[in-house]
Ligand binder design. Structure first.
Ligand code: ATP
Length: 371
């Protein structure tokens, strides 16, 4: 039986996105070879601040069509503070893509990589494994491009709908069930501000309605400000947390800080039909072009893409490929000598790409370490 090749929409975007995309796609192609799958069909597409400057469109129609037609979408980073819409806001088509393709579940895994010391003194801070699920189609971001402003006042409105909340909370509970089957705690924490905002009290009521359908999973609650503190004090208490779009935006950067910086933090934005895989970080204009970027978050986002495709295509080989990337990243950093520039070391795109590539080569065809 011949296996159909997968088509990946590849959006390098702006800044360091242009530098970390090729290494990631090359790594994915090497994984395909290793697991005996046909090469990925790469559909490279333009979007972002560069595309806006060139064509006047941040998310051109062909790009959106290419994304819809692909099996999965791999996006690096978009935006450039020096390129703005006439109203002064930045070019962020990755947010438009989430709205267009209804990518409602923003998955931000917070997993420590062996060999990378986190900032916490407690050793449990180096063995983190929790997932932040960020609602990605509404909340405060519903106001993007819509808020109002006059001489004396500006407003942005937070929108929380039953549909939007139900689907993301339900996703979080299903994720907690999968993780429980792998030995995790089986808990979902609603991160909200239900004591202050009507929209958040509504969110929490829906959370409770969904929780009632999952008797095997324990619902927990935290106000976003208190959770921010707990994420620094004892983040190991969390399993799955689910939260509003803006809170998730902020907490996922905090979470990235716990595992070695934005360059280590992958993410996925998942809907019922499509999914985008993209590192948590932005285009990092301050280091763009210098070769200093850490491509690991991009590699791990590629692994998340293979994991998602494994389920979508009912192809366990792809899950094996995902595990290979994770293992190669763990092995590359394990002895503590590979230190990225964001952590004060020397290693940038080339050194990290080479180390992860070598670690991948060292794995056997099953993704194991040969004895
Ligand atoms: P956005 O709002 O688009 O997410 P941002 O304003 O949060 O972007 P980033 O572009 O993510 O900003 O950069 C924040 C800081 O982290 C910058 O100093 C940047 O250099 C650093 N940084 C981000 N990604 C990486 C990376 N992959 N490797 C090294 N440093 C990075």
């Amino acid at each position: 039986m011949t296996i159909a090749p997968l088509t990946i929409a590849v959006l390098p975007g702006d800044g360091i996105g242009m530098e970390i995309t090729r290494p990631c796609v090359t790594l994915l192609q090497r994984v395909m070879e290793k697991i005996g799958r046909p090469a990925l069909i790469e559909n490279w597409l333009e979007a972002g601040a560069g595309a806006y400057t060139k064509t006047g469109q941040a998310l051109p129609k062909e790009t959106l069509e290419g994304c819809r037609a692909a099996d999965a979408i791999l996006l690096a980073a978009m935006g450039d503070p020096s390129v703005r819409y006439p109203d002064g806001t930045e070019i962020i088509p990755q947010i438009d893509l989430r709205f267009e393709l209804e990518l409602y579940a923003g998955i931000r895994p917070v997993r420590s990589v062996r060999g990378i010391k986190g900032p916490l003194a407690d050793p449990r801070g180096d063995e983190l494994d929790f997932v932040l699920v960020r609602e990605s189609t509404e909340g405060l971001f519903a106001s993007v491009g819509k808020g109002s402003r006059d001489e004396d006042q500006a407003t942005d409105t937070q929108v929380v709908t039953r549909k939007g909340t139900t689907r993301v909370v339900d996703y979080a509970f299903r994720l907690a069930q999968q993780r429980k089957a792998q030995g995790r705690m089986g808990e979902v924490t609603s991160v909200d501000k239900a004591n202050v905002f009507k929209s958040m009290a509504f969110w929490r009521d829906i959370f409770d309605e969904i929780a009632a359908n999952y008797q095997d999973i324990t619902p927990r609650y935290g106000y976003v400000d208190a959770v921010a503190m707990e994420m620094v004090r004892r983040p190991w208490i969390y399993d799955v947390m689910v939260t509003e779009n803006m809170y998730g935006d902020i907490l996922s950067d905090l979470a990235a800080g716990l595992i070695g910086g934005l360059g280590m933090a992958p993410s996925a934005d998942i809907g019922d039909q499509h999914a985008v895989f993209q590192p948590c970080h932005g285009s990092a204009p301050d280091i763009a072009g210098s070769g200093k970027a850490n491509p690991t978050a991009m590699f791990l986002s590629g692994a998340m893409m293979l994991d998602w495709l494994a389920v979508e295509k009912s192809d366990p080989l792809l899950a094996k490929g995902a595990n290979m990337i994770v293992a190669a990243v763990d092995d590359a950093f394990a002895d503590g000598t590979l230190v990225s520039t964001e952590r004060g070391g020397e290693a940038g795109v080339d050194a990290i790409t080479e180390a992860v590539g070598n670690a991948l080569d060292a794995l056997d065809a099953d993704g194991n370490h040969p004895v």
